[in-house]
Write a protein that binds this ligand. Sequence first.
Ligand SMILES: N[C@@H](CCC(=O)N[C@@H](CS)C(=O)NCC(=O)O)C(=O)O
Length: 203
Amino acid sequence: MILVGRYQSPFVRRVAISLKLLGIPFENKSISTINDRPGVTAHNPLGRVPALVVDDSETLIESGFILDYLDEIVGPERALVPAKGAARRQVLRLVALGLGVMEKTIALYTEKTRRPPEAFHPPIFEQCRAQARDGLVALETLAGSPWLAGDRLSQADVTLAAGISFMKIVAPETLDGLALPKIEAALARAEALPAFAETHPPA
Ligand SMILES: N[C@@H](CCC(=O)N[C@@H](CS)C(=O)NCC(=O)O)C(=O)O
């Protein structure tokens, strides 16, 4: 399999971490949506990463759908999202919050780096920042221990680790004044694992 996209993207990184955690061999085609748009559109007409080339005839897009496929390959015992019931809904709730935080962090990054100064609109920036912070507070409230969903590492830990690492690089001030002990503990535990350490984006 070939994972298209750079680990600087938290969406790409959550797929890379999952592939490694699940022991699925892959190559990383580390190309950027900014510097190599034709290279990316060759795999995804939307020009977005990640894409996962499964074989000569099939490429998957959308990180959530790619992760669903990986869980299907490894089966319910090893899947990072439980197959059914309350455990599944709890992990999906945490993942949804983590993804929301990730999306708002990307919006902050775009506002900071892509918009000309005269087009910067503080109310939108502040709203994205507040949404990211509120998402983190909600996650902290719902979080279990030692992992976010309780006893077992799940896709919630993977997604939040990818999102928070990205936030610490591009918009660290989002975290100012927040007390997130359960999240920070799960994150430290995760980042010590090879699947996380080996995919850490350069600062
Ligand atoms: N919902 C998509 C989001 C992917 C996404 O937004 N990727 C960013 C990189 S972090 C991207 O490719 N942006 C380029 C663009 O949208 O033009 C997913 O989960 O795969």
